[in-house]
Design a protein around this ligand. Structure first.
Ligand code: SAM
Length: 277
């Protein structure tokens, strides 16, 4: 076995989703660095693996990162796992990967379960371009500010959300994205109560508020891109218009955007007035 750091995804619900390679690596490395050793012990017992474990969570200090890297440099192989899914995707591991690379160690990623990718693949939303937004800020002010900045994105947006915040988040999205925006909620993926529903935001928010079962468990929320603007205005034109329109007189902003995008200044000016409304 090569001395290196392996990034090993683990199941997000259904234990059968562990890959053959993940199992082999977990059984053969010298040490498994786990986000929560007690949680991961259950998975390892199920897999009949007794590789030693150590804790590697969000709050570990630099000394622990350095110690793990030193072990790899000394010729040991280590696997990093999180509680569920792919490490580093809204999970710990970023500092460890960088430190290992900086020390000249090889970092080998294994493909495997990830809630965002599983949800996206069955969402029915465009997947040619998407933005993973992870968890929104917990406080309403920064959360709404983030949502406003994403409003005109022309990519599918993927969010993770905690069960106690799902209703609040949907209600916060409503006035910003509008009730007609297409959204998908993917809940309890790979588990008994797996639910995937695509609907206009207004309808989905009402359904989740009224049915407390839909608030339980783990959720991925996806927001489809806004419908294509009429004429030649796409979201990138609108975004630039809004930014320049906030800094410059409207005619000047419109002229600049028209010049950059090869559009008619008069039409861009009218679009800016529309957006300001
Ligand atoms: N690293 C994980 C991954 O690869 O998906 C994500 C870890 S993050 C701390 C946990 C969040 O992922 C949950 O709050 C939820 O939003 C999402 N999640 C994890 N498992 C899920 C599942 N089975 N169904 C839906 N969402 C899930």
């Amino acid at each position: 076995m090569e001395r290196c750091l392996y990034i090993v995804p683990t199941p997000i619900g259904n234990l059968a989703d562990i890959t053959i390679r993940a199992r082999e690596i977990l059984a053969s490395v010298d040490l498994i660095a786990a986000e929560d050793t007690r949680h991961s012990r259950k998975l390892l017992t199920h897999l009949d693996i007794d590789t030693p474990m150590c804790a590697y969570h969000e709050h570990v200090d630099n000394a622990i990162t350095d110690r793990l890297v030193a072990q790899i440099v000394d010729g040991k192989s280590i696997a990093l796992i999180s509680d569920a899914g792919t490490p580093l995707v809204s999970d710990p591991g970023f500092r460890l990967v960088r430190a290992a690379q900086d020390a000249g160690c090889t970092v080998i990623p294994l493909p495997g379960p990830c809630a965002a990718i599983a949800a996206l693949s069955a969402s029915g939303l465009p997947t040619d371009r998407f933005a993973f937004e992870g968890f929104l800020p917990a406080k309403a002010g920064p959360r709404d500010e983030r949502l406003r900045r994403l409003k005109l994105s022309d990519q599918t947006l993927v969010f993770y959300e905690a069960p106690h915040r799902i209703v609040d988040t949907l209600n916060a999205m409503l006035p910003i994205f509008g009730g007609e925006r297409e959204v998908v909620m993917a809940r309890e993926l790979t588990k008994s109560f797996e639910t995937i529903r695509r609907a206009p935001l207004g309808e989905l928010a009402q359904w989740v508020s009224e049915d407390t079962n839909q608030q339980r468990g783990e959720h991925v929320l996806m927001v489809g891109p806004p419908p294509k603007a009429t004429g030649s205005f796409d979201a990138s034109v609108d975004t630039l218009l809004i930014r320049l329109g906030a800094e410059l007189p409207p005619r000047k902003a419109a002229a600049l955007v028209a010049d950059i995008h090869g559009l008619k200044a008069r039409e861009v000016y009218e679009r800016l007035l529309e957006l300001k409304d």
